[in-house]
Each structure stands twice: as C-alpha cells, then as structure tokens.
Design a protein around this ligand. Structure first.
Ligand code: GLC
Length: 731
C-alpha cells in the first residue's frame, strides 16, 4: 500500500488502481521493452493493449508514441499510460557539450538550463523520462563513460547533477515539457577496475559513503523520482540484486519514494555475474532487492507471475513495487496528459544560443605561452586550419547522441569562415581521415598550408566512438598519427594553437611543450565551432576549470586531487627520475616515498585548473568565528582582484581539510564554488557561508562523524590554491 503524506489523494488513487489490477497487469507495469526499430509492431500493440508493458524506451517518433499512449489509455482494461524513456544525456536534437565538458563550466544555472531545453525538445517527441543525470564519480579516464560523468569530485557532481534534475523535472512534474529524470548508475560504477567497462568495482564502504553516494543523495534531495542500477558488481554484489543498496540505503536510510529500473539487461546478467543459477532466480533476486522495473531483459515478464503463484514472492511485495511506479506516473500527471506533443517547432535559436554559451564556458585553456591567445587579427591574416576534427559536425557532438542532428552542428571551420572569412584567409587541410588514421600522405599538404600561414590552428582529439559506453582505452594519448602530425607542423616554425576535442582527459606529455596554446573543448556539441572561434579571437574569455585530473602518464591512474596524504607523501626535493639514478644506487638512496620512478608525482593539470586571458589575485581571506560550534556555520570572506588587462570570469573554489581525524581524510575537498565576472583592475569581496555539517564524513558503518578539532581552508582558482586559513570546530 502506497502512503504519501504530501499527496494523499494520489496515494489513494494508486491503491484503488492496484486493488483492481490482476497479477498479470501488475507484472506488466514492471516490464520495459525497447522499440528500437521505431515501428509499432502488432506484438507491441497487443502487449500494450493487454496491460503487459509499463514502459517503452527508444521510441521518439511523436506519432508512434501518441498511438502507443492512445492504446494504453483507451484500449487497455485499466487505461494506465506508458513511461516513454530515452537517453537524453547532453541534449536532444540540439547537442550540448558532453556532461564532463558541462562540468568544466562549474555553472549550476547554465547546466540546469541545458537540461531544461533538452527536456523541452525530448518532450516534444513524446518522451517523458530520461535516463539522466549520470552521477558516477570517476577517477579513471581510461573508462569510456567518464565522458558521461560530471568528473572526479563528489561535491561538483552533486551540485551539477541536482541542477540537471531540476532542469529536467522543473518544480512541476505535471508540466507538459517536464520529464522524469533518473539518477544513474547506482552505485559505484565509476570505480570499474582498470577503467574497463562492466568490470568489477572494489570499493570500501567508507568510500561508497564519502565519495560515490553523495551525488545520488543530492539528486534525491532535488526530487529525482527514478534510479537506475549499475552493471558492475560492487565488492562481489551486483547492485541489481543488492538488498543493502536498494532497500537498506536507498529506501530505508534515504527515504527514496520513487522507483528503481535495472540497467539494460542487468537482471538476466545476474546469471553471468554468478549470483543466480538461472533467469528465474535472477528475477527473484532482483525483485526481492527492490528493482521495480526490468529494462528489456524480459525476465520479469517470464517469471514473476509464477514466482508469486508458487508463493515464493509475496503479492503484497509486488503491490509495493507497482505502487511506486504508479505513484510516479500520477506525479507526472500522465493519466491527465494530452496525447498531443508539446511543441514540434523545437529546437529554436535560443536552444542553439544556450548550447553555444555552455560550450563557451566548458572549454578549458590549458596553456597560452606568450599570450598567443586571443589571436590578434592583424597578425593572423592567414590561418592554417589542420586536423580531422576541424570540420566534422558529427564527431564534435560526442557520445550518447541518439537524437543529435549533425546538420545543426557548426564546426570550427564553419565558424571561422562565417565570422572572419572577410578578413582572414583560411587554408584548411584535414591531414588525417580519422583521429585513428596512420596515413600521413596529406602531411606535406598540411606543412605547405602551415608555411604559408601566420598561425596554425590544429584541431585534434578523439572521434566520438572512442568514448562512451564500452569504449575504453588503455592508452589515452592522442590516437592515430596525430602526435606525428603535430611534430610535422612544428617543423614549419609557426605559432601553433591546439584545440582538442575528446571524451576524456588525454595524456599530453609528449606534445604539451611543442605547441604554444591548448584549448581543451571536450566534445563541445552542436555549437562547438562558434564557441571555440569566439575564444580564439577574444570575443569571449576562457573560464572553464577542469572537473577531472589530467595524468602525465596512464600509469599514474587513479590520480585525483582529493587523495589521502599517506605516511610517506612525495616531497619535491627528493623526487628523482629513473634516468638520474646512479648505477648500483643503494635501495634507500633515492628516498622511500610514494612516487613512481619514471614520472613526476604531480598531475599534468590538476582538478579545478584553467587559465584565462587575464589573471586573478586572491587576498584578505578571513573566517568568522575562528572557533565554530558544531551545527552552526563559518563565514568566509575573500577578495578577488582582476590584475590583468581584460575582463574575465573566475570560478572561485573553496576547499577544506580535516588534518587529524579518526580516519585519514583527503588532503583537500571541494566544499563550495561560485563564478564571478571582473573588469580589468576590479576587486570584489566574495562571501561563503560554510555549514559545519559539510565537514562531516562517514565511517565504515555508514555513521556520519563530525569530529571537533582544527580544520584548514583554502580559497583560490584551482585545487592547488595556496591562500589558506585555519579554524577550529568545537563540540
Ligand atoms: C545502457 C546504459 C544506460 C542507459 C540504458 C538505456 O546500457 O548503461 O546508462 O540509460 O542502457 O539506453
């Protein structure tokens, strides 16, 4: 029986409906099928009419969706509407930067707006449920799905994931263009071993509570109404069969009111995991764990009714599973919704403008020697545009773009010609057919273009297929002959701006010193071209900050900023390099500390890093009170000054550390951030209020611990900020 203090009327409607349902109709609500081929087959019609299906995914033809809903509402016995699901991960027809790129914007409001516009476009095709936001914290860029994540930090992922939930659902789920969001993949998927997808994840319970759970808790607080289980087993237990995760934590501890959907086929994958003998046992394990809906494995449709009739599963438990699904359908207003699609004129100009702004704020300036950027139009009369991603509207969209319209894309070459074609001569050479190509026959052509130009714009990176689900890489350098292409262009002796489009951090160690400037654009989406060109010529100033650490070498992975200190942290002065070790050096002569012999222990670029065309100075950091009582808050003030000659936006970041606690705590943790725009020379005082509760951590039993003692606090423009202050938490 569903009870809902906030909406008792809805709960009554749910319970009344369940009382009328046959067991077969109840099981039907727990079944999701895919309409991959886009047609409405007779089988699908019959199953909808017979009440044997509760949801369909991958159908985005509005007329077919309307017909499916009409059958469900007007021809089935009880008229229960369908949930129509789709992966609206970073846009719909208008494609936004990949989520990892959006995370580099650190812009809660803009990320929320991006989800809002995406929901409007999807709802106009009859979609009422998206399988987003993906909230898997990940610290392994070998993993293809890091592209879909919001990066390595629980706080940043929490803030932006909650923003996406608000954008998709608005504060009125019954609104015609509100769509149900789905927090996925619960839980710990981002720790998949060796960055290989679907692999096991071994995560201590303290790490689950302190690192992997918070974004899901933030999504719940933002009102998310569905959760998806993850493929990877966590410590030997697949989440799709985990009573601990889905009932003890998600429902009993966190009070989640919505429903859980398995990931694609992950119920019958319990057999492959080795926790179920067969599909029937898999069905029993999953439903007992609290998986409400079976995504396409057909295991619930095949076995649940028998399991109830044999008395193995209690029908009252099925009623509870179904009530949670129906409760969400009522919250979505599906029973009253019109079958007309909401606005088939979408996408519109303002969607493209929003995509452009999000792309602008997602790009991270990694290097800018001699202030080469922004380009001076006078000294950039002829520009060589070289590389396989300079003019590829499909590849710049990135992974998970089922409904992305490549025709909407504006490439770097398009934008350069549109905006500067009258004043600048552009010499375009693709040079490599794909990012994986080793065919260097076009390199001479590229060299000629470079020699005849004032500046070279290289647009390189990864094709979209090299990231995303199941597309993991063991070597994360620029693929194919792209490094060789850089070498070839360097010989021409011209200034080089490198724009990288990729679905993950790349190892850039071999090329970072060979080019003058680097803009990292992730896969920037439909409007990546105009955004990048605006930045190249200073019509916009880079403001992106890395949401993920860039390693110097793949062997450093996992490498992330919020690590623990260890008993022997590497100290700069003793670190040596494998080539410098004297022959027959004694075992202890080079220092027994935590580093690799063959690579500097620091990252190539740290979390929160990003340059601007101006500089920002931090000063006057003050805290009040210096002794703060648990349950109150610390008031923090800092002054930020734009000391450069251009207006710029800065992302002010606040980190804390608990240097002595009952468990070793990270050397820094992000606790707040804000974006500010400052004119040249402008000084501004920024204020943060830090509730002491945010300083707590969970122990191995999942108990929240707020321990009195000294805390350190930094404010600055990256996780390596050095403006520091101390305060004390008193009991
Ligand atoms: C996929 C993904 C999941 C997605 C679902 C439906 O395998 O793991 O994130 O939402 O199936 O496409």
């Amino acid at each position: 029986m569903l009870s809902d203090q906030k909406e008792p009327a809805k709960a009554d409607r749910v319970n009344a409906l369940i009382a009328e349902m046959s067991l077969g109709e109840k099981v039907g609500q727990m079944v999701q099928v895919s309409s991959d081929d886009g047609t409405l087959t007779d089988t699908l019609r019959d199953n909808i009419r017979g009440g044997r299906i509760g949801s369909v995914l991958n159908q985005v033809n509005p007329d077919v969706v309307a017909e499916m809903q009409r059958i469900a509402r007007d021809e089935s016995r009880l008229g229960i509407p369908l949930l129509i699901g789709r992966d609206v991960i970073h846009g719909f027809n208008t494609v936004l930067p990949i989520p990892l790129g959006q995370a580099a914007s650190w812009n809660r409001e803009l990320v929320q707006k991006g989800a809002r516009y995406s929901a409007m476009e999807a709802a106009s095709r009859g979609v009422n449920w998206t399988f987003a936001p993906m909230l898997d914290v990940s610290r392994d860029p070998r993993w293809g799905r890091i592209a879909e994540s919001l990066g390595e930090d629980p706080y940043l992922a929490s803030e932006l994931g909650a923003a996406m939930v608000r954008g998709f659902q608005t504060d009125d789920l019954t609104q015609a263009d509100s769509i149900l969001s789905c927090a996925k993949h619960f839980a710990g998927y981002g720790a998949t071993e060796s960055g290989r997808d679907y692999n096991s994840a071994n995560i201590p319970d303290t790490e689950l509570h302190n690192t992997y759970f918070p974004p899901f808790q933030a999504a719940l607080a933002a009102g998310v109404q569905s959760v998806m289980t993850s493929f990877s087993d966590v410590n030997g237990e697949p989440p799709t069969a985990s009573v601990w995760l889905l009932r003890k934590i998600l429902r009993e501890k966190w009070g989640f009111p919505g429903f859980v959907v398995s990931d694609w086929g992950s119920i019958n994958e319990l057999v492959s995991h080795g926790v179920a003998e067969n599909d029937c046992e898999a069905a029993q394990l999953a439903v007992n764990a609290g998986v409400n809906m079976d995504m396409v494995s057909n295991v619930y449709a095949s076995y649940l009714q028998d399991l109830v009739e044999q008395g193995i599963i209690d029908e009252a438990w099925i009623d509870e599973m179904v009530a949670q699904i129906l409760g969400v359908k009522f919250k979505l207003g599906l029973f009253e919704a019109s079958l007309d699609t909401v606005d088939s004129r979408l996408p519109t100009e303002n969607h493209l403008n929003m995509a452009r702004q999000l792309a602008l704020e997602s790009v991270v300036l990694l290097k800018n020697d001699q202030d080469l950027l922004p380009l001076d139009i006078e000294s950039s009369q002829t520009i060589a545009v070289i590389g396989p991603l300079a003019d590829d509207g499909y590849e710049q969209m990135g992974t998970w773009v089922f409904d992305g319209d490549a025709e909407l894309s504006q490439t770097v070459l398009d934008a350069l010609k549109d905006s500067h074609g009258n004043s600048t001569t552009v010499r375009h050479v693709r040079a490599l057919d794909t990012t994986r190509s080793y065919d260097a026959r076009e390199f001479d052509h590229a060299r000629t273009a470079a020699r005849e130009s004032d500046v070279v714009l290289l647009v390189l990176g990864e094709e979209s297929i090299l990231s995303g689900e199941a597309h993991c890489r063991s070597d994360i350098r620029l693929p194919g002959a792209q490094e060789a292409l850089i070498e070839a262009i360097v010989e021409c002796g011209k200034p080089i701006v490198l724009v990288i489009m990729a679905g993950r951090p790349l190892v850039l160690d071999a090329i970072v010193d060979k080019v003058d400037a680097i803009l990292f654009a992730w896969h920037p989406g439909s409007m990546g071209g105009p955004a990048i060109v605006d930045l190249l010529f200073g019509d916009a100033v880079p403001s992106g900050k890395l949401p993920i650490t860039f390693p110097r070498a793949v062997g450093q992975i996992p490498i992330f900023y919020s690590h623990r200190n260890t008993g022997r942290p590497p100290s700069k002065d003793t670190v040596t390099h494998v080539d410098d070790i004297e022959a027959r050096a004694s075992q202890t002569s080079i220092g027994n500390q935590s580093f690799h012999l063959d690579v500097d222990p620091s990252p190539q670029y740290c979390f929160g890093y990003g340059l601007s065309y101006t500089e920002f100075e931090y000063s006057e950091l003050t805290l009040q009170p210096l002794r703060v009582k648990a349950g109150s808050q610390v008031e923090i003030d800092v002054c930020v000054t734009n000391t450069g000659s251009r207006e710029g936006e800065e992302i002010v970041q606040l980190y804390t550390r608990d240097p002595v606690a009952s468990l070793a705590r990270p050397i820094r943790e992000l606790k707040d951030f804000c974006r500010i725009k400052l004119a040249p020379g402008e000084r501004r005082h920024i204020h943060f209020s830090l509730p002491t509760d945010i300083l707590a951590f969970f122990d191995r039993d999942g108990r929240k611990r707020l321990e009195p003692g000294r805390f350190q606090l930094w404010v600055g423009g990256s996780s390596e900020a050095d403006l520091i202050a101390d305060f004390e938490l008193v009991g």
